[in-house]
Structure formats: structure tokens, C-alpha cells
Design a protein around this ligand. Structure first.
Ligand SMILES: [Zn+2]
Length: 278
């Protein structure tokens, strides 16, 4: 982020409505234009997040997804169209962003986030956004974000419902909220679950709002609170989140971990020290 407060006439015009908001001046817009955000997942949440970050003028957006566009995605993943079916989601999303705001530099990573690659993917980004639909990837993003010292905007949806919060590197983190995936039978499978079309749009929009607030340093980020949404009765519930002192990642009583390369995950996504570090 640099302090250059000048904007081109076309930029002043493009972003004029947000520049009318108190607390967002041309220098802040330059901050957005020089910011770098990583969005992990280009499904329903990712579609909502990416389109607003691009529209707002976040200068560099990295996107990570190893999936290809399917017809059944189109009911909620609004950056993809029928012409994109069969294409990598990251390419489809990049075309959407290029059409919406060609000034945005979009970095595509057609891969699944893994412990071995997560830290390299996150490097150099100001904020990382969880737009995933699985627990394993979410734990990996959380762990890499804490270790890299990068704020992490979490989001998840199921049916009519969803939730979001902001995690800071000094906690609480996602492992304080959820030490391991729910259920007795291990990690839920990749079986598709029902999602109401607008649920990821609603949660993704809230996540994009938190990202922009973090980048601009305005308002009060959602950190320390979990915001739950239920579309069936149109309610939001905001509950406090506390750091777990025994959290294996961010807790003061947890082990000292410097890199994901020195840890391994057990079959419940819990952190265990790898034998190679002993
Ligand atoms: Zn934690």
C-alpha cells in the first residue's frame, strides 16, 4: 500500500460513489488499488466476494480453486455462466473480473489448498478470505493465516443458513471456534449439500464488506464475534468469540509452531507434530 493520493479522472469517476462516503478519500482508494487479497474458493461465496472486491477496486485478487464449472453450480455461483461449463473455475472467474473491472490484476491458482502449499499461496497478501465448502481446507487456511500473521475472513453456508467472522493472527482463530470438525464419524464427505441460492450471496457480501473495512481501516471489524444468519426467518445472531488458551495454534499454552511444514494433521484435522521435527 502506498500513500499516493492521486487518482486518474477515470478512477475518480468509477469510484465516485464510494469516495462520497465519509472516511474514504482518494488516498484510501489508492490503498484499495494497491491491496492484495487472496480468495480461497470460487463457488457461491467466492462469486459474491470476488465481484464486490473487483467492483470496489481491490487492485490484486488472487483466487484459488481446483474445480471446473458444472451446470449445478450456476444456481448460486453467479460469476460463472453456461458458456463456462467445463472450464476451470479460476479462469471463468478471471474472465468475469476482467469484464467488470479490467484494471484489476487477477492471479489464478488452479489448485486445492494444502498444508505444503498454503504458506506460499498466502505470502504477500493483506487479507485472506475463506470461501470454501469443506473443513479440511478451512483449517489449512486458518493455520497458514495465523502463522503468516494475515487477517482471515471466514464464511460458511448450509441450506438457508450461514456464518461469518474475522480472525486476527493473535486469536481467537478458527480452531478456537471449532477444534475439530463436527460429527462422530470423521470429516464430512464431499457429498453435495443443499444451498439456498442467495445464502452464499448474503454471507459473501458480508465477507467482502469486512475485507474492505480491514483494508481501509474503517469501522469495527467483526473480530471477536461470530455472526450467524438464518434466511428462513431473516434473523442475524451475533455471539462473542473467545480465544481458547489451549488452542494448538494461537493459544499461549499451545505448542510453538513456526511453519505448517513442521506439523501434520490427524484424521480429525487436529494438529500433531510431525515426526520429522523430533
Ligand atoms: Zn486459536
Amino acid at each position: 500500500m502506498d500513500g499516493d493520493s492521486t487518482l486518474e479522472p477515470r478512477q475518480r469517476d468509477r469510484y465516485s460513489r464510494q469516495l462520497l462516503i465519509e472516511g474514504i478519500d482518494p488516498a484510501d482508494q489508492r490503498t484499495l488499488l494497491s491491496s492484495c487479497v487472496l480468495v480461497v474458493g470460487v463457488g457461491g461465496l467466492g462469486s459474491s466476494i470476488i465481484q464486490y472486491l473487483a467492483a470496489a477496486g481491490v487492485g490484486t485478487i488472487g483466487i484459488v480453486d481446483d474445480g471446473r464449472v458444472k451446470r449445478s453450480n450456476l444456481q448460486r455461483q453467479v460469476v460463472h455462466t453456461v458458456d463456462d461449463i467445463g472450464d476451470p473455475k479460476v479462469d471463468s472467474a478471471a474472465r468475469f473480473v476482467d469484464a467488470l473491472n479490467p484494471a484489476i490484476d487477477i492471479e489464478t491458482h488452479e489448485t486445492r489448498i494444502e498444508p505444503s502449499s498454503a504458506e506460499a499461496l498466502l505470502e504477500g497478501h493483506d487479507v485472506v478470505v475463506d470461501a470454501l465448502d469443506n473443513f479440511v481446507g478451512r483449517f489449512v487456511v486458518n493455520d497458514a493465516a495465523v502463522l503468516a500473521g494475515i487477517p482471515f475472513v471466514h464464511g460458511a453456508v448450509y441450506g438457508f443458513e450461514g456464518q461469518t467472522t474475522v480472525f486476527r493472527p493473535d486469536g481467537p482463530c478458527y480452531r478456537c471456534l471449532l477444534p475439530e470438525p463436527p460429527g462422530e464419524e470423521g470429516i464430512p464427505s464431499d457429498e453435495p449439500m443443499g444451498v439456498f441460492p442467495t445464502a452464499p450471496g448474503t454471507i459473501g457480501c458480508l465477507q467482502a464488506t469486512e475485507v474492505l473495512k480491514l483494508l481501509l481501516g474503517i469501522g469495527e471489524p467483526l473480530e471477536g464475534h461470530l455472526l450467524r444468519y438464518d434466511g428462513t426467518d431473516a434473523t442475524f445472531l451475533r455471539t462473542p468469540l473467545k480465544r481458547d488458551p489451549d488452542c494448538p495454534l494461537c493459544g499461549p499454552n499451545g505448542p510453538e509452531i513456526e511453519s505448517l511444514e513442521t506439523v501434520a494433521y490427524d484424521d480429525r484435522c487436529r494438529i500433531e507434530r510431525s515426526a520429522s521435527t523430533e
